[in-house]
Each structure stands twice: as structure tokens, then as C-alpha cells.
Design a protein around this ligand. Sequence first.
Ligand SMILES: *[C@@H]1O[C@H](CO)[C@@H](O)[C@H](O)[C@H]1NC(C)=O
Ligand SMILES: *[C@@H]1O[C@H](CO)[C@@H](O)[C@H](O)[C@H]1NC(C)=O
Ligand SMILES: *[C@@H]1O[C@H](CO)[C@@H](O)[C@H](O)[C@H]1NC(C)=O
Ligand SMILES: *[C@@H]1O[C@H](CO)[C@@H](O)[C@H](O)[C@H]1NC(C)=O
Ligand SMILES: *[C@@H]1O[C@H](CO)[C@@H](O)[C@H](O)[C@H]1NC(C)=O
Length: 339
Amino acid sequence: MEKFPSCIFLLLLTLTTHNLIIPSLSLKCNPAEKEALLKIKKELGSPTKLSSWNPTTDCCSHKWEGVLCDSQTYRVNKLDLFDLNLPKHVQIPPSIFTNLPFINFLSIDNIPNLVGTIPPSISKLTKLEVLIISGTSISGEIPNSLSQIKTLTSILLTDNKLTGTIPATLSSLPDVFSIYFNGNQLTGTIPESYGSLPKSFMCFGLAENRLTGKIPASLANLNLVLVNLSGNALEGDASVLFGSKKRTVELSLDKNMLSFDIGKVGLPKNLTLLNLSKNKIYGALPKGLTKLKVLSDFNVSYNNLCGEIPIGGKLQNFNESSYAHNKCLCGSPLRHCKT
Ligand SMILES: *[C@@H]1O[C@H](CO)[C@@H](O)[C@H](O)[C@H]1NC(C)=O
Ligand SMILES: *[C@@H]1O[C@H](CO)[C@@H](O)[C@H](O)[C@H]1NC(C)=O
Ligand SMILES: *[C@@H]1O[C@H](CO)[C@@H](O)[C@H](O)[C@H]1NC(C)=O
Ligand SMILES: *[C@@H]1O[C@H](CO)[C@@H](O)[C@H](O)[C@H]1NC(C)=O
Ligand SMILES: *[C@@H]1O[C@H](CO)[C@@H](O)[C@H](O)[C@H]1NC(C)=O
């Protein structure tokens, strides 16, 4: 069975390819950038993982953990800080934003002792394409200034302590591919403006936050591959996320307060995962579900569905737990319908 690789997986593939470029052996590290990196190391409390950041070696030699330079200009273009066990709580070293202006890839991943906020000065990274801040204790709002970085393709700010609302201005990013804010404490609604995100936009994750209100009707314009809005307090109609012409592979809307007629939605042919569990969805399951050839994860439990479960396709491959706790859903794998 074919499964579309997750957006993060795609990103890692890109990074690995870059890593394979043969390193230059000459000492070319830009002195100001080397100084900035050493300052960053010091501000992070010199964690053992960064012991390879040695002032006597070249920062572009590929020996410096998580540091990559452009093969022509020798300016630092990738900084990948991960699994750092910091001796104490520290903020993101400001030098990252002010003294490494050629970075196109910045990843700060699994650094629990990292605190403070994402400063608006992040917009000084005018060449940034991929921004990952994940698994930290960073709090405060997602800066609006991100929308000034026109090169951004992927913004993954997952499993932090971010609060406030989702910046509406990100809809103006011309080449954005994925936006993931899963696992924070974001409030407010999904911005109406996101309906005008560009055609390149494919992966959208806002799961496990505190989002409320309706899904904007404007999102009908999007053609997403991966959608994960699970674990919020979204209400009303989610049918704009469906459609028989869409390229959607995974759609997770579980654990919300969504309420709409499931019988009236169009079904993307390539759906592998559909999770609608724990909402207030009503109506009868559409027959079209039996035509989904690659459906492998399906859950409509804990809703207000009624009527007979259509027979065929993959639908009887799922057990009772995928259908249980509805208003009057019946038929295999649940009990027979009364005639
Ligand atoms: C959706 O996001 C949540 C929170 O990050 C995660 O636990 C869950 O596995 C995701 N669902 C899918 C289908 O990827
Ligand atoms: C569905 O998947 C197939 C095979 O990966 C692909 O060729 C096709 O374009 C996809 N259809 C849509 C609507 O995305
Ligand atoms: C669907 O959502 C429910 C409720 O959040 C969760 O328990 C279940 O593991 C999910 N199933 C799949 C296949 O994602
Ligand atoms: C139902 O299927 C799920 C997923 O395949 C499995 O984890 C679970 O144990 C099954 N439950 C029952 C009651 O058979
Ligand atoms: C479906 O969701 C329910 C409720 O969250 C969960 O108990 C059940 O295990 C899930 N079943 C599958 C197959 O995901």
C-alpha cells in the first residue's frame, strides 16, 4: 500500500541530500559567523553535544555538529540544533537571528530547557525557507513578522508553549508548502485569509491547541494533502475540507465539536486516513466511502450518525471501535439494522 510521505519526511529527505555534498577542505568559515556561532554555543551553556564547535577548526568543515555552509560562498546556510540537554533555562540566542543572515534552514528541535519567545527580529533571516521550532518550552505569540520572510516554505512550530492567535498575515507567503502549529496553546479562530494561501500549500496541522469557532468557508479554495485539526474546539461545518476532486490523503478532525451532514460530502479518492471521532457529525455514511481503495485508517466513533453502514470496499475491514457510540448507526461490523 502506498502512503504519501508526511511533510516532515519530505523535508528530511531534502536535508539529507544537501548533507551529501562533498565538503571543501580549505578553511573558509566566515570569521564573523564563526564568532557568532561560538557566542551561540556559550549562550546555550556550552552543551556537550556542541563540543565539536571548536574555535581552532573551520566551522564549514562539516565537523561542527549541525552547521552547514554554502559550497560557493562559505556562509553558514543551515543550522540544525537538536536533542540538546541545556544545563539551565535559556532563551534562543539572539545571534541566530542577527548574525547568520544567510541561513535558509533553521531547526531547533527537542531542547526542553529553551524558554522565552520567538523574537520579531526573526524576519532578519530574509533567506529562510524552513523554520522548525519543536519540543521546546518557548512561549508567547507566533510573530507576525514571519510573513515578511517571503522565501518561507515550511513553518513547523510544534509541541511548544505558544499562545495567542494564528497570524492571519502568513497567507501572503507566496511559496508556502506546510504550516504546522500542532501541540501548543493557541486560541482564537482559523484565519479567513488562509483560504487565499497559494497553490503550493499542502500540509496544514493545528492539532492539539485551543482553537474555537467555525472553519472558514474560504478554506474550500485549498487543495490540501495532509490536514490535522484534531483536538481543538472547532464547531460547525467541516465539509469545505472535503471534495471528490481533492488530493487529500490524511484528514484528522477528531476531538472537536464539528456538526455537519456527512452524507453530503465529496470524498477525495486518495484518502488513506479519515478520523472524525468525537464530534457532533450527523447524517448517514455516504456510499462513496466503499470506493476509497487505499483507506486504511477510519474512525467515525462518538458522533450522531444514523443509518446503515454501506457494505463494500474497506469499510468492513474496520472493527466496531471505528463506528461505536453513534446515534443509530447499524450494520456490519455493528449489529444488524432493524428492518
Ligand atoms: C495529529 O496531530 C496530533 C498532535 O500532534 C498527533 O498526535 C496525531 O498523531 C496527528 N494525527 C495524524 C493522523 O498524524
Ligand atoms: C492520487 O494518487 C495517484 C497515485 O499516487 C496520483 O497519480 C493522483 O494524481 C492522485 N490524485 C489526486 C486527485 O491527487
Ligand atoms: C482517531 O481519533 C481518536 C480520538 O482522538 C483516537 O483515539 C484514534 O487513535 C484515532 N485513530 C486514528 C486511526 O488516527
Ligand atoms: C480494532 O482495531 C484496532 C485497529 O486495528 C485495534 O487496535 C483494536 O484492538 C481492535 N479492537 C477490537 C475490539 O477488536
Ligand atoms: C476510534 O476512536 C475511539 C475514540 O477515540 C477509540 O476508542 C478507538 O480505539 C478508535 N478506533 C480506531 C480503530 O482508531
